[in-house]
Design a protein around this ligand. Structure first.
Ligand SMILES: *Cc1c(COP(=O)(O)O)cnc(C)c1O
Length: 415
């Protein structure tokens, strides 16, 4: 980045500082990852210069001979990998992708049903502060108070009573598998469409360690930057019956020109995700999450639903010395990056809730395995115990740094 260094040393330095932080810390935010060098190169390419409103072969701008080919490659790879009829790779991110689906398939005021945010759903599944909870009539389901698993009796009763246009599965803080077959049964019973938002688990689905929504969902949305390990972006995958409505909702319904540098990077991501290496990666993500959960349980941490089936663990810190934001801050000082989160039926406020949300996609990308997960669990316990003791936390951060340097992160230089 010699040119950037010369023209804008301030931004150059901040990028370099972030780079070092990403190398020297254990990043347990479950929605984050390390994109490969190839993905970063495509994202940073001259394709950012191009305008190409429309779709391949149907553009409103001349000069699309290469852009059309790039987008077609991305679409074909998405269709093959996820076994779907149709793919739209233009959504700017996960939130606009979901908005496009509701805009395409429901009238304003129609009912949608999704998992509530305090129980692990996403804002764009109809939460009240999101536009998706204002334009559409949103009713929200939750998890069982005891098991912390989706309460399917509740979902079925709700669906029968509310007669939704769309039922949404998927979330951001649910540590168990999504039973798409069961959701599809309920959707069929009430004549609703089923949307599977697989943003968090797309990479696990590709890797065969999570159920596949393709046989059951009418529409699938996914971000491309979480377990899938691509650039920031999203895709909408669907059956042919909905293809035109979805495409029109994305453009011209919600967006203008697609981000062609992102489209190219999504194509690269999908090629990487189709390899046996990626399958091994997905298997290891889950193994690592189970190993980390085991260590945390052994050290007296309470886990929502008692453990994990996927890449994500939701800790209830109530049994520990520090709670919520204070716990996440102590861990950050120890070089372990997590995010504080509500737990189901949380008595505390969202600004400093009882929980911590962690996940293994990023550490697994660095090649860390079960032994490292046990070590991380041990450090987490120490850091929470030593909250407020900055010298002790700095000592842990030093040990964390030493281990991190042994596991070079994809896309980043070695130090
Ligand atoms: C991350 C996420 C989104 C939103 O993605 P953004 O790219 O942050 O807009 C939507 N749904 C789910 C389930 C997610 O995890």
């Amino acid at each position: 980045m010699d040119e950037l260094k010369r023209t804008d040393p301030e931004i150059f330095k901040l990028i370099k500082d972030e780079e070092r932080y990403e190398i020297d810390s254990i990043r347990l935010i479950p929605s984050e990852n390390y994109a490969s060098k190839a993905v970063l190169e495509a994202t940073g390419s001259i394709l950012t210069n191009k305008y190409s409103e429309g779709y391949p072969g149907r553009r409103y701008y001349e000069g699309q001979r290469y852009i059309d080919q790039i987008e077609t490659v991305a679409i074909e790879r998405a269709k093959a990998l996820f076994k779907v009829d149709h793919a739209n790779v233009q959504p700017y991110s996960g939130s606009p992708a979901n908005l496009a689906v509701y805009f395409a398939l429901a009238e304003p005021g129609n009912t949608i049903i999704g998992l509530s945010v305090p129980h692990g759903g996403h804002l764009t599944h109809g939460w009240n502060v999101s536009v998706t909870g204002k334009v559409w009539r949103s009713v929200q389901y939750g998890v069982d108070r005891e098991t912390h698993r989706i309460d399917f009796d509740l979902v079925r009763d709700m669906a029968k009573k509310e007669r939704p246009k769309i039922i949404i599965t998927g979330g951001t803080a649910y540590p168990r598998l999504w039973d798409f077959a069961k959701f599809s049964e309920i959707a069929k019973e009430v004549g609703a469409l089923l949307l599977a938002d697989i943003s968090h688990v797309a990479g696990l689905i590709v890797g065969g360690v999570h159920p596949d929504p393709a046989p059951y969902a009418d529409v699938i949305t996914t971000t491309t930057h979480k377990t899938l390990r691509g650039p920031r972006g999203a895709m909408i995958l669907c059956r042919n019956a909905h293809a035109d409505a979805i495409d029109r909702a994305v453009f011209p319904g919600l967006q203008g020109g697609p981000h062609n540098h992102t489209t190219a990077a999504i194509a690269v991501t999908l090629k990487e995700a189709a390899t046996p290496d990626f399958k091994r990666y997905a298997v290891q993500i889950v193994r690592n999450a189970k190993a980390l959960a085991e260590e945390l349980l052994a050290r007296g941490f309470q886990l929502v639903s008692g453990g994990t089936d996927n890449h994500l663990i939701l800790i209830d810190l109530t049994s520990k010395k520090v709670i919520g934001r204070k716990g996440a801050q102590a861990l950050d000082k120890a070089g372990i990056v997590t995010n504080y989160n509500t737990v189901p039926y949380d008595p505390r406020r969202p600004f400093s809730p009882s929980g911590l949300r962690i996940g293994t996609p990023a550490v697994t990308s660095r090649g860390m395995g079960e032994a490292e997960m046990h070590q991380i669990g041990k450090w987490m316990d120490e850091a929470v115990e030593k909250a407020g003791d900055d010298a002790a936390l700095a000592k842990i951060a030093g040990e964390v740094r030493e281990m991190c340097r042994k596991f070079p992160a994809p896309g980043l230089p070695t130090l």
